[in-house]
Design a protein around this ligand. Sequence first.
Ligand SMILES: Nc1nc2c(c(=O)[nH]1)N[C@H]1C(S)=C(S)[C@@H](COP(=O)(O)O)O[C@H]1N2
Ligand SMILES: [Mo]
Length: 425
Amino acid sequence: MTVLRECTGPERDADDVAQLWQFARQRGMDRERFEAALSDGGLSAALAACMDLAGPADQREDQEVSGETKSTAENWFKDTSPFVAHDNGRCLEARLEHMQGVITPTNLFFVRNNSVSLDVQPDTWQLSIEGDAVREPLTLSYVDILALPSRTVVAYLDCAGNQRAMFDLVNGESTEGTQWRTGGVSNGEWVGTPLRDVLTMAGIGDDAVCVMLVGLDTESPEEGFRSVIPVEKAMHPDTLLAYALNGETLPRDHGYPLRALVPGWVGSTNVKWLGQIVVSSKPIWTRNNTTSYVLIGDEYPAEGKAQGQVTHCQVIKSALALPWPADLRAEPHRIHGYAHSPDGPISRVEWSLDSGATWQKATLHSPQVQYSWARFEFAWDPAPGSYTIMTRATDDAGNSQPDAIPFNAKGYLFNQPIPHPVRVT
Ligand SMILES: Nc1nc2c(c(=O)[nH]1)N[C@H]1C(S)=C(S)[C@@H](COP(=O)(O)O)O[C@H]1N2
Ligand SMILES: [Mo]
């Protein structure tokens, strides 16, 4: 497509080739063949040659080992054993205690599906950009997207329902939905093209108010899992159409070939297996901003056609990287955990053994880049007994986890300090 050439200036060529070579290599192409395609027909010829290959090397191996297309009842592509499975195996909760660093390895990255994981073929896949607030509706192929200028963003992805089980476990209030404890969140390094570049190419108008991102899922409660974000967030340079996670092609469970990355916003806005983008001059009301992902409760006034207050940004949280409950020996430990806030870097994490009557300061591991979470640690040398350890995070903007939050029926955005049960023997 001509779009490719118009959006890649000559100064980007070296970058684009390096990026494409990384992609080609993952699909099992050798350098000689890559160079040949490149000199024959440039970037698009090299990409076309990649498309002739079966798929990312790691995923191909999976299929060979099992001797068939990996399709358990739940259609996972990744090994599900490191996770806690929920909803008949439809959702995979990460175990924070398996994570050793700041970036969550892809094999430990949580998965939240309303449908099953899709197996999309990139050579026939297309993304359409349409709606009454674009002047030049567009259709882009995978090849087109990969050739656009890219951006790398480190960001955590936190499900609106992460920590939902705590409404019950901590506050004794039962809520509807997947009973995530602390692992409906992970932190990744994403590469993609800024959504705003694609919207600009499509001639987005001044009258645009919102952008609807639509997935290709056929089985989710609404055909095509979708999410509506305001135009300001859609045009933010860090909002991406992401095709890589942690240095590799985006895995199928995480939305291959293309997903939205909406940093700091609830997980559901990060639509996977994208197929369509609708730019609208009027608000759009759909399941995911009227009945789902909406705070329904006395303290939350309803907005528009929603049953309550629509979720957008995530909230400041912290959690320990320990099993629930944790069993520890009576000896010195370094206890770890993670904290994140959409409003700025974490400046402080404190921990308490007496349900928040007194607090001690934990150490933060490293500076936080972009929308990354922070890893923290503290030393603890317990005697045998039963404990709860509570943690509380504060960010640079002065926000702290609140002592108590109002109930909402679907259990979103829990962020009270969690009393994590620990037995020491
Ligand atoms: N197409 C599609 N996109 C989706 C979903 C889905 O079910 N279908 N689930 C959403 C929800 S609720 C979350 S929390 C995140 C989870 O992303 P992950 O599975 O890559 O961790 O994806 C979002 N994007
Ligand atoms: Mo979610």
